[in-house]
Design a binder for this molecule. Sequence first.
Ligand SMILES: *Cc1c(COP(=O)(O)O)cnc(C)c1O
Length: 462
Amino acid sequence: PPPQGIPIAIFRHPRPKPNRLLAGAMFVQGKSLMSITNQQLFDRAQRTIPGGVNSPVRAFRQVGGVPRFIDRAEGPYMIDAEGTRYIDYIGSWGPMIAGHAHPEVVEAVQRAATRSLSFGAPTADEIDMAEAICKLMPAVEMVRLVSSGTEAGMSAIRLARGFTGRDAIVKFEGCYHGHADSLLVKAGSGLLTFGNPSSAGVPADLAKHTLVLEFNNIAQIEELFARQGREIACVMVEPIAGNMNFIRGTPAWHQRLRELCTEHGALLVWDEVMTGFRVALGGAQQVYGIRPDLVVMGKVIGGGMPLAAFGGRADVMHKLSPLGAVYQAGTLSGNPVAVAAGMAQLRLIQQPGFYERLSAATQKLMRGLAAAAARHGVTFRTDSEGGMFGFYFAAELPRNYPDMALADVEIFKRFFHAMLDRGVYLAPSMYEAGFVSAAHDDAVIEATLQAADGAFADMSKG
Ligand SMILES: *Cc1c(COP(=O)(O)O)cnc(C)c1O
């Protein structure tokens, strides 16, 4: 029976072809009959949730407009509360590398859930996960599971400080390592979006132990180590920065970081929360052939569930409680449902050819976007690695945060909305990387490029 208030006659219209994505919603001739709008949900959300969102970038503050409230997603698509379908290039900010609601991941979660949602005791499945991570990540000999990238990053620096007996840590401007106090010093991501170099509520006494240098600047790190190398517990870095758009660390700079850490007894910590299992099966370690001492992981390893990890050299990991003096714990760490989702996705990404296809799709998208921009005379550059990409309204690729900060946010905003209007959902901030999934097939990429052609045409008119 039709829902209340909807005239019977409407139901005599020919229905659109049955589409699994649309099941559960009321659609007539492609239009949703649901009365709820994103604006209504946003208004309601703001009354009980600060800014209406549970993570700042979701609020669309940089681009303006109304955030889409998502109802469901499948493969490369997300459907909002109004029933509008978008091609998704956020992928939950990285985790959904096999596409949304992959049947094997969903089934693994359903099966795990029937065995209870949490035990707070060890399981055989978390050993499988630890073994898989150690096998795939060249630098990881031992690993501990946690529930978010923030928690993993925070734990890794505590471990580095405990292992070395030193307080100072080094990070790079524009890199984001989660929102732990010590790491919210000129951090990237949402903070850059708000043009805020740091956060209120972080004690200056703590922040002073975090030394922030320019990304890709060899002279600066050499100078710092020469001056106070003996005080530095660790150097933490996103090998390919994904929280100031997409900026590669140069191989020479990464090599120098590795040498300086070794020389001065500091630990090299690679934050592969975004790049891990994303730029290659073995993460950025595989791309660069460099072995960090500790690795921070998240996003892809949870398949969309709250799961993250940190690991690395066995001698360092032995300092962790209950073996060593560095305390770290978690009620839900190694959660069985999260582990089931993560393992199911890890199995999918180990299938032969997975990253070759993912890279090919991403490169096709990048080449197509660049060609469309060129057709319409828009200055535009792209870069990508595996299933992670960046694009810039600039003549040169950025090398660091100051380069990125020069980019024109107004042009980005226009492109973002022109794409959104055409059903393509890009990150609502020019400081974020983009993500392609295995579900983004040729047809999906083609549809995206067609949208981009229209978007660039609009922009060159204005
Ligand atoms: C997302 C991200 C984090 C934080 O992970 P959360 O799960 O959001 O806490 C840390 N480091 C990098 C590089 C990230 O991209």
